[in-house]
Design a binder for this molecule. Sequence first.
Ligand SMILES: Nc1nc2c(c(=O)[nH]1)N[C@H]1C(S)=C(S)[C@@H](COP(=O)(O)O)O[C@H]1N2
Ligand SMILES: [Mo]
Length: 438
Amino acid sequence: MKKKMGLHEAYSADSSQADELVWGRRVDPVSRRGFIRGSGLLAMTAAVGASIPFAKYMPGGLIPAALAQTDAPFQLQGKDGITILNDRPINAETPAHLLDDDITPASRLFVRNNGIPPALASINAEQWTLAVSGESVVDRKTYRLSDLREKFTQHTLQLQIECGGNGRSEFYPPARGNQWTTGAVGCPEWTGVRLRDVLEDCGVKDDAVYVAYEGADTHLSGDPGKRPISRGVPLKKAMEDESLIVWAMNGEPLPLLHGYPVRMLCAGWPASVSGKWLNRIMIRDRVHDGEKMMGQSYRVPCKPVAPGTAVADEDMCIIESMPVKSLITWPKSGLTQPVTASLDVRGHAWAGDHRVRRVFTSIDFGATWQRAKLRKPANRLAWQHWSASIEFPEAGYYEVWARAVDENGISQPHVLPAWNPRGYLNNACHRIAVSVTA
Ligand SMILES: Nc1nc2c(c(=O)[nH]1)N[C@H]1C(S)=C(S)[C@@H](COP(=O)(O)O)O[C@H]1N2
Ligand SMILES: [Mo]
């Protein structure tokens, strides 16, 4: 009992994370790696109920065995079956078979936070303001949510977002950061107004280069002068028909974790350009230099390098459109199947700014490929659904692989693509295991 008290006290130091209504129930808060890393020795000794004489030798992030053994799962409010990778900041991905819906429900959309979201209690959606500023704005303006709704034409689009680091876990040498497997992607339906309409309402000067965001989340350090992330897109991408400022997802107000009450949405690029809890847009006269724009963040070597190479910042280029990729969302990997029956498989495919032209499946480790049925996207920058019916020649172990090719003829690679220091852009073929019985 005493242990638990200590923990809850430690948590309440961080009030937004203590808010059970927002974050869901911390069934066993002590077993979370992020808590321990974020809280330091004091909270940890409180958690185990004793001092830790050899604390200086404890590996960072180690979950004390005394706590690790009581591991009821950590849950996130409104999420269903998703895998938590970190809880400070919250990062969670969706297993492939739970991404089967054509339109990703809120309960199955991955979460990628770089800092601490604003507390729900601190947000009054109707009073929320979005300011437009920057060197290249003609008239600085501030909008309330009601202004956005009333002043501009509303659009509803299905738009795909994928974290730039999706697939990072497969790179070797490993890259630091969240070890995403395949689940940092989703394609909900979003409602809002065009970013372009708002930018044009303020006026865009001829020297405008980039459109950047700031959000209301706070830095993990607690330093109010630091932003957890502030990224953006070149003006051309910002002015596209599908670049939106949204307040609804799948017909409901944005969930807090996905940016309530307003976020930016520029699909097909690393989702880090789609700012959540959006309270400022800046029309910049230069490439935006906010947090996580510079150095090695969301950048890859401008020229390919051998795995493990250290690359100087000036040789790293900003990631723009994401590469072609697909997922097998049904069936779940590891099924057993009689040789007499065919197997229906299906999934989604997407290709950054581009259309997917074809999807193929293989049951012989990529030696031969069969063309799958591929549907058109609901609209530009939505993922596309594919399906195939597969026959197996005899009993044994098989893998079903899926491979998409974009409209420019560029294919997913069978194996890991170019290694890069931060482990971005892994678009290798997805595969599932199938055991076929006689
Ligand atoms: N304000 C703010 N916006 C943000 C982030 C953030 O931490 N803070 N994370 C970015 C990153 S890296 C990703 S991948 C997406 C994740 O969006 P989601 O959590 O709604 O899936 O939001 C982006 N927008
Ligand atoms: Mo991301």
